[in-house]
Design a protein around this ligand. Structure first.
Ligand code: MLT
Length: 406
């Protein structure tokens, strides 16, 4: 008899954003004439930077000629892209990351979801609360948690991020093995300072733990004092894996390209307590289950690092950050306490009421979609997240409607 993976039965019925999409679809069906503005899921709206489009066109042309056609590429990514990432994203900031420590993939969601496969089933996992649901759900699927009870999975360690600690949680009080951190944070938009991040690296070293550092939103950091990579912290290569993405940086949500950094000296331990390098494990997993990102897409990603590409990416980021400023200022003017939206495209808003009622209010009264905070965890109760990913025109219209509705 074929049996299911029972762990799937522990999951909430659907993924947060699928749940929201369904509610929005129903609302639209019931109100076909209402125009909805979506500031929910963080999906980019600006087209790809021109440099990327040109590079992708050129690469497609190469694929059309037998002398330049390419079949399977290296699973880990083409050398040209790995080299550019190493030089521009890391070495230029004093982080000694080599090209062969970079694994190109089709998304940070997939990588942050898949990485847990290389760790023991009994790994004690810590996540922040609120949290990007992928970290939690993939560990539930893998059987590292008990049931969902009173808003939390048993067996997971939740590190509370609240207004009292400025949304940067304290170090765990009980021993943990694997810690998911995300800065600039999704959903709160909070950022972490160098000193705060150094405390986590120190913790991981002292406790033989590992940090999974999701830096998908690093391109939104404007403050030069803030770290963009965990590898800017001494010792981090030993105790941290970092995830990056071209999705929010260069508008690749539909194009798909990201990367994971597993430094050669990054370690975990076997049953006997011997150090095992994670680079070879991830390489094994990646090359077994993944056949690489397409050549045209990697060429487009490479163009992000050209002079023209850098300028165009910056213009797009500034555009979204301009939207974020408008959202934050308006919500503050309306009397709401906000965080994020300065070095981040997300604004975390304390609605002082049930998140889903706030969500319904915005949808019904203003036709604006946000994300209810408690979809990200218990500590998100009472909050909503508004995303800056939309056109300036729509953001202004949405804020105007919210002002009139509330
Ligand atoms: C979000 O809205 O939280 C993100 O778009 C989710 C993602 O990047 O997968």
């Amino acid at each position: 008899m074929i049996r299911i993976n029972e762990n799937y039965q522990k999951l909430k019925s659907s993924y947060l954003f699928a749940d929201i999409a369904r509610r929005v679809e129903k609302f639209q069906k019931d109100n076909p004439h209402r125009e909805i503005i979506k500031l929910g899921i963080g999906d980019v709206t600006l087209p790809l930077p021109l440099a990327c489009v040109k590079a992708m066109h050129q690469a497609v042309d190469e694929m059309a000629i037998s002398s330049t056609f390419r079949g399977y590429g290296p699973e880990q990514g083409y050398g040209f892209l790995r080299q550019a990432i190493s030089d521009s994203d890391f070495r230029s900031r004093g982080a000694a990351i080599d090209p062969d420590e970079i694994f190109i993939s089709d998304g940070a969601k997939c990588d942050t979801g898949n990485i847990q496969e290389i760790f023991d089933a009994n790994t004690v996992v810590a996540v922040t609360d609120p949290v990007y649901p992928v970290y939690v759900d993939t560990n539930v699927m893998a059987g590292r948690t008990g049931n969902f009870q009173d808003g939390r999975y048993q067996g997971l360690v939740y590190l509370e991020s609240t207004r009292e600690n400025s949304f940067i949680p304290d170090l765990p009080e009980t021993p943990v093995d694997l810690i998911y951190l995300c800065y600039p944070n999704n959903p709160t938009g909070a950022v972490i300072t160098r000193d705060e991040l150094a405390r986590w690296v120190e913790y991981a070293m002292k406790n033989k733990a590992l940090i999974l550092y999701d830096a998908a939103y690093e391109a939104f950091i404007r403050d030069p004092e803030l770290p963009r990579s965990i590898y800017e912290i001494d010792g981090a290569t030993q105790v941290a894996i970092e995830f990056r993405s071209f999705s929010k940086t260069a508008g690749f949500t539909g194009t798909r390209c990201a990367f994971t950094v597993v430094p050669r000296n990054c370690r975990a331990y076997d049953r006997q307590g011997r150090e095992i390098m994670l680079h070879s494990l991830w390489n094994r997993r990646h090359s077994t289950k993944f056949n690489g990102v397409s050549y045209p897409v990697q060429k487009a990603a490479l163009a992000v690092y050209s002079k023209e590409g850098q300028q165009q990416v910056l213009t797009n980021i500034e555009y979204y950050l301009g939207n974020a400023r408008i959202i934050r200022e308006k919500m503050e003017k309306l009397g709401f306490e906000c965080t994020g939206g300065i070095n981040s495209p997300y604004i975390w808003i304390n609605g002082n009421k049930d998140s889903w009622s706030f969500f319904d209010d915005l949808l019904n009264k203003a036709g604006v979609v946000c994300t209810p905070g408690d979809g990200f965890g218990l500590c998100g109760k009472g909050y909503i997240r508004i995303s800056a990913f939309n056109s300036l025109e729509n953001v202004e219209k949405a804020m105007h409607r919210i002002e009139s509705a509330l």
